[in-house]
Design a protein around this ligand. Structure first.
Ligand code: SME
Length: 159
C-alpha cells in the first residue's frame, strides 16, 4: 500500500499531468485513451484501467482501456460499473467476490473502483479500475480518481 501523503501527492501529480495531456484537446475518445494509459502506467497494482460510455439510457459500452479484453456492454444496474451509474456515485469494492453482481472480465481482479463521469448531473459513463490485490483502493484513491474524472469531463466534448 502507498502511504497516504504519497498517495495524495501522486494524485496531485497525476491531475497535473493529465491537464497537460488533454486540456487542449476536445476529442472524447482520444482523451479517454490518454487518460486510461496515464492511469495504467502510473498507478501500481492495476490489471485494468479504462472507460465505459453510457450509449443509451440503459447501457454502458466499452471505451478506451489498458489491460485484457473486457465485456463490451453492461446494462445500467448490472455489475460494479452499472451500480455506479444507477447510484450516480463512485463504488469502491474491497473484495469483488463479496459483491454479488460483480462482472468478472479478468479472473485476476480482486478489488475495483468505479467513478462516474458527470456533466451537470448527466452521467456520461464511468472510469473503471481493477486490481489483482484485495482492498487495493481506498477513499484517497476514490477522491483522486474523481478529480481525474472531473478533468476528463471538463476537457472533452460529448461523444
Ligand atoms: N467488473 C466490472 C466489469 C468491467 S471489467 O472489470 C473491465 C463490473 O462488475 O461492472
Amino acid at each position: 500500500m502507498i502511504a497516504v501523503d504519497d498517495k495524495v501527492a501522486l494524485y496531485r501529480d497525476l491531475a497535473q499531468q493529465l491537464g497537460g495531456l488533454i486540456s487542449g484537446e476536445r476529442d472524447a475518445i482520444a482523451n479517454a485513451a490518454n487518460t486510461a494509459a496515464l492511469l495504467f502506467a502510473s498507478l501500481p497494482d492495476l490489471n485494468w484501467a479504462g472507460f465505459y460510455f453510457l450509449r443509451s439510457p440503459e447501457e454502458l459500452v466499452l471505451g478506451p482501456f489498458q489491460g485484457k479484453p473486457a465485456c463490451v456492454r453492461i446494462a445500467v444496474g448490472r455489475g460494479v460499473c452499472g451500480a455506479a451509474v444507477e447510484r450516480g456515485q463512485s463504488v469502491l469494492v474491497e473484495d469483488v467476490h463479496a459483491f454479488a453482481d460483480h462482472i468478472a472480465c479478468d479472473a485476476a481482479s480482486r478489488s475495483e473502483l468505479v467513478v462516474p463521469l458527470i456533466r451537470e448531473r448527466r452521467i456520461l459513463g464511468v472510469i473503471d479500475l481493477d486490481s489483482p490485490l484485495l482492498a487495493r483502493f481506498d477513499l484517497d484513491d476514490q477522491r483522486g480518481i474523481e478529480a481525474i474524472a472531473a478533468i476528463y469531463v471538463k476537457a472533452s466534448a460529448d461523444l
